[in-house]
Structure formats: C-alpha cells, structure tokens
Design a protein around this ligand. Sequence first.
Ligand code: GLV
Length: 335
Amino acid sequence: MTDRPVVYVTRPIPEAGLELLEEAEVEFHVRDEKLPPGKNELVDRLVELDPEGLLCLLTDHIDGEVMDAARSLDVVSTFSVGYDHIDMDSAEARGLAVGHTPGVLSETTADFAWALLMTAARRTVEGSEYVMADEWETWGPKLLTGPDVHGATLGVVGFGNIGSAVARRAAGFDMEVLYTDTGRQPDVEEELAEYGVDAQFVAEDELLERSDFVTLHVPLTPETEGFVGEPEVRAMKDSAVLVNTSRGPVVDTDALNTALEEDWIERAALDVTDPEPLPADHEITRHVPEKLVLAPHIASASIGTRDRMARMAAKNLLAGLAGEELPNSAIEDRR
Ligand code: GLV
C-alpha cells in the first residue's frame, strides 16, 4: 500500500510531462500501447487501479461510465486543447476537475494550417508525386498551376487563439482577412492591426462567398458539428480552397466529397476527418492528390509543442490531485 496518488496515463506522452509526475512522486501507470484503449479495457483498468488522476488523449472517450469506473477520481487531464471527447456535463456533475492544453499549441497549429493552405494552393504533394511517377518530361507553362496565395482573401472561421494566429500570418501575403465568430473581437482586431492585418468581422455567408481560402478554427460542439455542409460548400467560390485543422465533424464529409466531385469548390486540405482515422479506401480519397490533401491530425505535432503540451497536461493533473485550481481548466474555459 502507498499513499502516493495514483495516476493512469492512457498512452505514452513525451518524457517532459512524465518527468514532472516523477518529480511529484505520484504513482503513475503508463499504458504502453500504440492504439487507444477500447472502452472495456479502459473501464477495467480504472476499476483495477482506482486512480485519483487520469491523463488521457483526444482519442479516449471519457464518458460518465468511464469516470465512475475510477471511484477515487479527482481530475481528468487531457493532452489536447480540444475536450469534445470528454463528457463535460458528467465531469461537472461528479465534481471532477478537467484540464486541457490551450495556448501552447496555437502557433504550431497555425503554422500547419498555412502548410496545408500552401500545399493545396501550390500543389506540392501533386508535384512530388508527378516527379516520382517519372511523368516530368519538361518545364511546362501550364504545368501544375494553382491560385496565388498573396493578395487573395482569407476567411477565418473561429477567431480564438489559433484562428487569430493564422490571420496574423496573412500579413506576409498581403491578404484581405475576413473572420467570423459568435461575436466581433475588437481586441484581437486591434492586436492584428499592429501586424498590418486589417481583419474584418463578417457574417458567415459573406465570409463563404468572398473568401478564396476558408480555414476552420472552431471547437467541436453541437453548434459547430456539420458547420460546413452542402449549403456552405455551395456558397463558397468554385475556386475556393477549404482548410480544416479543427475537428473532423465540423465538415460534413459527404457534402465535401460531392463538392469536390461536382467542382463546387476547387480543393480541400484536411488535417482532421470524419471518420478519424480516415481509411485509405474511403470514398473521398479518390480526390487525392488533385483536389484533396490529407494529413493524420498532426497540426500541433512539433517536438517543442508536444513537450509543452505534456508539461501542461502534467501540471493540470498535479494541481487537480492537490485539490488546487487547475492552471488550465476546461470547465472554466467552456463557460
Ligand atoms: C488537437 O487537435 C488538440 O485538440 O490538441
């Protein structure tokens, strides 16, 4: 028997986080597997360990039943900014603390949204495949042409930390920047103005109609699920590029599939998909690489950021174990 608090970590996270757990002398158990635990495995393990702390990933579905399996549970800390995989009402009803990792991944995720945007616009994946298929016979005036990024109109849906970091980067490309959110964000507009970005708040319809590039940065909630469906892709320019680094279900996959098929929009670049993971033989993959660029949910995957996320998740967890306010409480942040 030990009176050290017990913590269950559903998969290996960077050492930077585990070191903090070690220093704090908690008894932590890391499930050393590549794939997430199924619900039964998770429940069984929680019953067996009865941990006070659970450190989970966005691939773990933490519902009331999972929470109840650990009778001594005080805190759930997720190694992600998104917490749509955690039943927050159930957590609140049980008085659990819930931590997440906002802020530290915003710049890295914004970098990646731009990587996808540029890839889709300038056809770099197609170019690479073209060379490797030995199809490159000569320089061609019309070979793999795409739209200009500089001078185009960028539409940012969701103007939180990540969306505004994406908008800030548009300064280097002389872009017109439109954004939409639940309300106007004058403070963020002011901050961006210092970088030479004149971000204009517009209604959703106007953003879809005017943007050359539409980039999504909303959390997944009942309100944002299916935000981009058939009416939205139809409203976009037929030359438009859609970029999604938020959550897969924010885009209706069938509607996007049809939009690419029928040329309602030019291209899409997705880091997140519905379903996720996306099987390689899913219907929508027939558009790869000409009209669709895919990535396996890696927008925050820089080495430094993943270390910062690990430390932040560990700190949230330790605060919860100590009965202290979490440095980054998802319960507070969703209010
Ligand atoms: C990544 O998608 C995250 O929520 O951290």
